[in-house]
Design a protein around this ligand. Structure first.
Ligand SMILES: Nc1ncnc2c1ncn2[C@@H]1O[C@H](COP(=O)(O)OP(=O)(O)OP(=O)(O)O)[C@@H](O)[C@H]1O
Length: 320
């Protein structure tokens, strides 16, 4: 169920010391303010300066002023967030941001080590993420949307506001008399996420008033299903082997073949097949009843071919 901002903060119990990812926007400003009050002297902030828009300096100034006023140490990390061909600017910025957070963690060895990092995504962000996943035709891993907590590199990551409606975060912040910087790109409806926020969320609010709760429940079901598929893929990959042997692969159901082949391509070759490529590969597997049956298909960034009793993957660009 959705929560009030105060209830979410009451429940939030991270390992300390804690670093808050502070963009300077309303949500992370509210999170930092609440954390600094709850754990004085145990909280610091990290601001990533993307250098992508003219407003970046305003964000940094707000972060400097806020942290000075709260007596919270601030690390500003400058990154090059230009996007590679084929990558969205938002993905590039996110990737650069996580790298920057990890660099700050590395720069704080014991006894000043950062135990946890908190990010300020809320329930509306979760709904947007789910709708974005649906709009790309994502599978259960994408429909799981954002986890509330996870561990990586010995650091605990948290999204304590994931069940708080966005409007409640802002209401709380206004009630504290604390200002923030409005990101001018948030109004730009050329970005799909902003169109979802401006057009779809009000319509969902009117049609399904509990959409934040029910969508979050669906995302949680998808997360659980995704975990099961992952476990099954690991077990099946042990059975079929790396590279996959045709006989045990063909003994699996089509759905399990699809699951294990996707997993093999990801873990062994860091590539993802399209739905059409995987469908074609499964058709070829079903038709592969004779010794001489040839399989050779474009899959992900390379090719899958039959080589005697097994499937092999290769990328001609890497071979030359
Ligand atoms: N430049 C940044 N530096 C540090 N942390 C960031 C930065 N941008 C985003 N974050 C962290 O990641 C979370 C999600 O980012 P997102 O871009 O969705 O939020 P945002 O629109 O910048 O807004 P807000 O600060 O209001 O959360 C933020 O809430 C914040 O905790």
């Amino acid at each position: 169920m959705t929560q009030s901002f105060s209830a979410a903060m009451e429940q939030f119990a991270p390992a300390l010391p804690l670093a808050v990812g502070l963009s300077g926007g309303a949500d992370s400003t509210a999170l930092l303010l609440a954390c600094a009050r709850k754990w004085p002297g145990q909280v610091q902030a990290i601001h990533v300066h993307h250098g992508l828009q003219a407003a970046a300096d305003d964000f940094e100034r707000h972060c400097q002023d806020l942290c000075k006023c709260l007596q919270v140490p601030l690390t500003v990390q400058r990154v090059d967030a230009r996007h590679a061909p084929g990558e969205s600017p938002e993905d590039a910025a996110r990737r650069a941001r996580y790298k920057a957070f990890e660099a700050v963690v590395q720069a704080h060895p014991a006894p000043f080590a950062i135990s946890s990092i908190a990010l300020a995504q809320h329930a509306d962000d979760q709904v947007e993420t789910l709708l974005l996943a649906l709009s790309r035709g994502a599978g259960v891993a994408g429909l799981a949307a954002m986890p509330a907590r996870w561990e990586r590199g010995g650091v605990f990551w948290h999204r304590p506001l994931l069940r708080v409606a966005g409007a409640h975060v802002r209401d709380w912040l206004r009630a504290q008399g604390q200002g923030w910087v409005e990101d001018p790109t948030n109004q730009d409806e050329r970005f799909t996420r902003n169109r979802i926020r401006a057009q779809l969320l009000p319509a969902l609010e009117a049609a399904f008033p509990s959409f934040r709760d029910t969508f979050a429940r669906s995302a949680a079901h998808a997360a659980q299903a995704s975990e099961l598929l992952q476990e099954m893929a690991q077990q099946d990959l042990l059975q079929v082997g790396i590279p996959p042997q045709l006989a045990p692969l063909r003994a699996l159901s089509r759905a399990r073949q699809s699951n294990v082949l996707r997993h093999w391509l990801r873990v062994a070759h860091a590539t993802t097949p399209t739905a059409a490529q995987l469908g074609e590969l499964l058709d070829q597997l079903a038709a592969c009843t004779t010794r001489g049956h040839r399989i050779h298909l474009k899959v992900g960034r390379g090719f899958v071919g039959r080589s005697g009793p097994q499937l092999d993957w290769y990328n001609p660009e890497v071979l030359v």
